[in-house]
Ligand binder design. Structure first.
Ligand code: GLY
Length: 347
């Protein structure tokens, strides 16, 4: 078993091991005694794993209920959030009970936000079932829903009490969902030299997952609220989120981040801020996993979304700009210059 500590207040552990999800009932007892557990999942994941998870928890003495969300980004709505909150109320949950996020990033986003709000905060545990949620969303406590067409506009930093990362879940992952996760894996190779060395030296998914959690854990432990170092985890995301929203979410998060990483890297190359070889390495890695590397739409459609991005403050926006392979810097750019960066990233 590999345990990675996330040193926030209070700290928690990411337990990584094939089959660790089967320890969920035992480990949950340490968190909420034998109280009530509300499982949040989506239709696809629920069809595969809800019954077995519910049965195991009920057998251990928990009183179990569930909410089933629409798969994908459509789950990140007020309706999903308030549906969960209503279920908690109807089932008489109190502050000693617990939520369990069984699914990908959208499930952990909505579950974490519900946990942060119900009775001003109850505990939650994440059981990530997708590569993307294992290496990113399920760890670090960022949780949100989309609002008014803006990605993640309403949210919180609210940390889980435990993350059980069971690579066995990946065996049921559709190829496109697996590829999405690879965009976030490749992101780590762009922001961390140590990660880049591991990523480019051998194809080893279990190692990539473990190192991604360790890398994210270090960063979140140093900057839980995204005011300093954590911002580098947003590499590719400022343009990526705009691309995702402008496509009305027909492009997945992973595809949009892949394009966003390419745009900002190409722009950095054109501006003499990093070597062309970095861009070539990035696009080569993304292509290998079937991910897109260029933006074919109109950049004007992205600008309103970039202005509404959380990283936009007054008339500036923080861009995460590559310097070399495994190294990025945070650059505050006047919002009026963003169109030029986008143009440099697309021509
Ligand atoms: N997904 C970026 C972060 O958690 O900060």
């Amino acid at each position: 078993m590999k345990n990675i500590e996330i040193r926030v207040n209070p700290p928690y552990t990411v337990m990584i091991e094939k089959g660790v999800s089967r320890l969920c009932p035992v480990l949950l007892k340490e968190i909420c005694s034998v109280g009530k557990v509300h499982i949040v999942t989506d239709k696809n994941v629920g069809a595969l794993y809800l019954a077995e998870t519910e049965n195991a928890l009920a057998k251990a003495g928990f009183s179990v209920s569930h909410s089933i969300l629409t798969p994908g980004e459509d789950a990140k709505t007020e309706a999903s959030l308030f549906g969960i909150l209503s279920n908690l109320k109807e089932n008489g949950f109190d502050r000693l009970d617990c939520l369990l996020a069984l699914g990908g990033g959208t499930v952990s986003d909505v579950t974490g936000l519900a946990a942060s709000l119900y009775m001003r905060g109850i505990r939650y545990v994440t059981l990530p079932t997708t590569l993307l949620s294992m290496v990113d969303a399920a760890v670090g406590g960022k949780c949100a829903i989309n609002f008014g067409g803006v990605k993640n506009l309403i949210g919180a930093f609210y940390q889980p009490s435990l993350v059980l990362l069971d690579p066995d879940y990946l065996s049921s992952l559709p190829l496109d969902i697996y590829r999405e996760g690879m965009a976030e894996v490749i992101k780590y190779a762009m922001i961390s030299k140590e990660y880049a060395d591991a990523f480019f030296s051998e194809e080893n998914l279990p190692l990539w997952i473990e190192k991604a959690v360790a890398c994210k854990g270090e960063i979140v432990s140093a900057d839980e609220k995204d005011t300093g170092k954590r911002r580098i985890l947003n590499f590719g995301h400022t343009f990526g989120h705009a691309i995702e929203a402008a496509s009305d979410f027909s492009l997945s998060h992973g595809e949009s981040v892949a394009i966003g990483m390419c745009l900002i890297t190409k722009a950095a190359v054109r501006r003499g801020l990093c070597e062309k070889s970095v861009y070539e390495t990035l696009t080569g890695a993304l292509k290998k996993y079937g991910l897109p590397t260029s933006f074919s739409g109109d950049i004007d459609t992205l600008l309103p979304f970039i202005r509404e991005d959380k990283k936009s403050k007054k008339d500036k926006i923080s861009l995460i700009v590559p310097v070399s392979l495994g190294s990025v810097t945070v650059t505050d750019v006047p919002t009026k210059e963003i169109a030029d960066w986008l143009t440099d990233g697309t021509v």
